[in-house]
Design a protein around this ligand. Structure first.
Ligand SMILES: NC(=O)c1ccc[n+]([C@@H]2O[C@H](COP(=O)([O-])OP(=O)(O)OC[C@H]3O[C@@H](n4cnc5c(N)ncnc54)[C@H](O)[C@@H]3O)[C@@H](O)[C@H]2O)c1
Ligand SMILES: O=C(O)[C@H](O)CO
Length: 323
């Protein structure tokens, strides 16, 4: 059985595949494959382990022989799941193992925006660190503030735990469904989207990118937020409208922002968000720790192994193919 992998993955996952007796080919060029290249590579493969590739209808229809597709991510917005399901190709993802690391990144971005860390760092590089000014460079304290989580799933819960533990923040959330476990564990309160915008000192986005969440944080949403609020997005860049976010920051409708995800990715080096005060931007490194990336590669390998054995994937995103 042959497995094509669209990126070099950690040895931990690779070893599982090799120990299972599969022949593995990794794409080592530091660029994404075009759809045509991916179709060509997958002609040889029985399974695909995909990291960061767009798997569209054209690719899936040309690769309907694949017995399994394993994503090296929890997000699957870059896959045409409807087509994969129609073609009966099981698709697996990597939930849970990256929740802590990604919440750490959200926390880092929240703190960086609150204390203007990225902007102040640049003043050292430019030689503008001169003297201690008691009235300058003032940030925000978060103790006792309100954290608003948009999408209280696995990562959202981890972010809420960190903010409650560190700063005693009150947790409110808006979700597709109530999360009663989190309500009990964290004392989190369910609110409407409008109340989330109005009451939060920090809003942290943790939903999947879907037609309902795309562009959800737009001019209208930023207008309803507190002028002292910080907006954090570690989910997907398309959930906020970048132009509207820049305007909201320039017009001081909100205080700051922390982004691990942008639209497009990579963000262009001249983007105004990179030099604005109270803004912190990272290049989609939410899950990027050794421990977490090892664990993700193992889950992806487990999905491949199950799929190639004809078994149900341990982490399927289209479980309906089994019914
Ligand atoms: N920056 C990164 O590196 C990184 C890492 C991991 C995950 N992510 C992103 O984070 C997302 C969340 O991951 P997770 O593991 O917490 O997923 P999850 O499924 O556990 O949580 C997502 C939550 O969002 C809710 N939701 C979905 N649609 C909604 C809507 N329209 N309105 C309100 N709530 C809605 C769901 O009910 C769920 O509770 C992923 O889909 C991925 O896009 C980013
Ligand atoms: O969804 C995820 O797991 C991360 O964003 C990596 O793509």
């Amino acid at each position: 059985m042959n497995v094509f992998i669209t990126r070099v993955i950690p040895e931990a996952g690779l070893k599982l595949l090799k120990d299972a007796g599969f022949t593995v080919k990794q794409w080592t060029e530091k660029r994404k494959l075009s759809t045509e290249e991916l179709i060509e590579e997958c002609k040889w493969a029985d399974a695909l382990l995909s990291a960061g590739q767009q798997l569209n209808r054209e690719f899936l229809e040309a690769s309907a022989h694949l017995k399994v597709i394993a994503l090296n991510s929890v997000g699957y917005d870059n896959v045409d799941i409807e087509t994969a399901t129609r073609l009966k190709i099981p698709v697996g993802n990597t939930p849970g193992v990256l929740s802590g690391a990604t919440a750490d990144t959200a926390f880092l971005l929240m703190m960086s925006a609150a204390r203007n860390a990225f902007f102040m760092h640049k003043t050292i590089i430019s030689g503008d660190w001169d003297f201690f000014e008691p009235t300058a460079n003032l940030g925000k304290e978060l103790t006792g503030g309100t954290l608003g989580i948009f999408g209280l799933g696995k990562i959202g819960v981890e972010m809420a735990k960190r903010c409650k533990g560190a700063f005693g923040m009150k947790v409110i959330y808006h979700n597709r469904n109530r999360n009663e476990d989190a309500e009990k564990e964290l004392g989190a309160t369910y609110v409407s989207f409008e109340e989330l915008l109005k009451q939060s000192d920090v809003i942290s986005v943790h939903t999947a990118l879907t037609p309902e969440t795309e562009g959800k944080f737009n001019a209208e949403a930023f207008r309803q937020m507190k002028s002292s609020a910080i907006f954090v997005n570690t989910a997907r860049g398309k959930i906020h409208n970048e132009e509207d976010l820049i305007s909201a920051l320039n017009e001081k409708l909100i205080w700051g922002a922390g982004l691990d995800v942008t639209n497009p990715e990579p963000m262009k080096p001249g983007n105004p968000l990179l030099t604005m005060p109270h803004v912190a931007v990272l290049p989609h490194i939410g899950s990027a720790t050794e421990t977490t990336r090892d664990a993700m590669s193992k889950l992806a390998a487990e999905n491949i192994i199950a799929g190639l054995k004809g078994e149900r994937l341990p982490f399927p995103v289209n479980p309906e193919i089994y019914s």
